[in-house]
Design a protein around this ligand. Structure first.
Ligand code: PEP
Length: 250
């Protein structure tokens, strides 16, 4: 039974991607965040490892903190050892699921076509899909950024994507976990391009890649940025809380 069901997703969203970090002791950070933001006024989402989802749903019950998975299988159920379905994520308390993260595209060879299939599976379980895309350093240096993200967007968004069921996260691969961020002009250019290509102008468009408490306000001030997908800085409630505060005041 979903404890934190998907409401109509707010356009301003701060989503924390814990990746493969977090044993049960990490739940204290989720609790601290829930206590700090009982009603944040912007969307706040934590995407822990699937093993923590159900207990985190209990830890954040009654708060406005939503939960997301980090991936789902494209099939509804069946013989897929080690995989997790969208319905399982929803059953554990998730309202969202991250799809097509560059680490999954790189580590598991996920294609945009698979991401689109996973997005359809997410919708089937009434999850909002957070579709990630972004260029590598080599692609940017070769002047191919817009071509790459445009192709990823076209391939990864299943037909029927709307602001109610989909969020897009622009995450340059070279900015993830590196401490490097694009310039404001570079982010604005890609977000403007993605907005123009997006099937629904109301879709929330997040930036991700080395967002931290020190640069969040400047990133949220960039035209076209509706929020952030945050990796490392989402593991500590005090850091992620500062990012949420920056989004609230943007
Ligand atoms: C991510 O992996 O989605 C991400 C944005 O990571 P970080 O914030 O650590 O760069």
């Amino acid at each position: 039974m979903p404890t934190n069901p998907a409401a109509s997703p707010p356009r301003k969203l701060a989503a924390g991607n814990w990746k493969m970090n977090g044993l049960s002791a990490q739940l204290a950070e989720a609790r601290a965040l829930a206590d700090a933001f009982p009603a944040p006024g912007v969307g706040v989402l934590l995407c822990p490892p699937a093993t923590l989802l159900a207990t985190m749903a209990q830890a954040t019950a009654g708060s406005a903190i939503g939960l997301g998975g980090q991936d789902c299988h494209e099939a509804e159920k069946g013989a897929h050892t080690g995989d997790i379905s969208a319905a399982m994520l929803a059953d554990a308390g998730a309202s969202h699921v991250i799809l097509g993260h560059s680490e999954r595209r790189a580590d598991h060879g996920e294609t945009s076509e698979q991401v689109a299939a996973k997005l359809r599976a997410a919708w089937g379980a009434e999850l909002v899909g957070i579709v990630c895309l972004g260029e590598t350093a080599e692609e940017r240096a070769a002047g191919r950024t817009l071509g790459v993200v445009g192709a990823q967007l076209a391939g990864s968004l299943a037909e029927g994507a709307t602001a109610a069921n989909t969020v897009i996260a622009y995450e340059p691969v070279w900015a993830i976990g590196s401490g490097q961020t694009p310039t404001a002009e570079q982010i604005a250019e890609v977000h403007g391009f993605l907005r123009a290509q997006s099937p629904d102008p109301a879709i929330s468009l997040l930036y991700g890649g080395s967002v931290n408490p020190g640069n969040a306000a400047a990133i949220f001030a960039i035209p076209g940025v509706d929020g952030a997908l945050v990796g490392g800085a989402s593991l500590k409630a005090v850091d992620f809380g500062a990012i949420v505060t920056a989004l609230q005041t943007a």
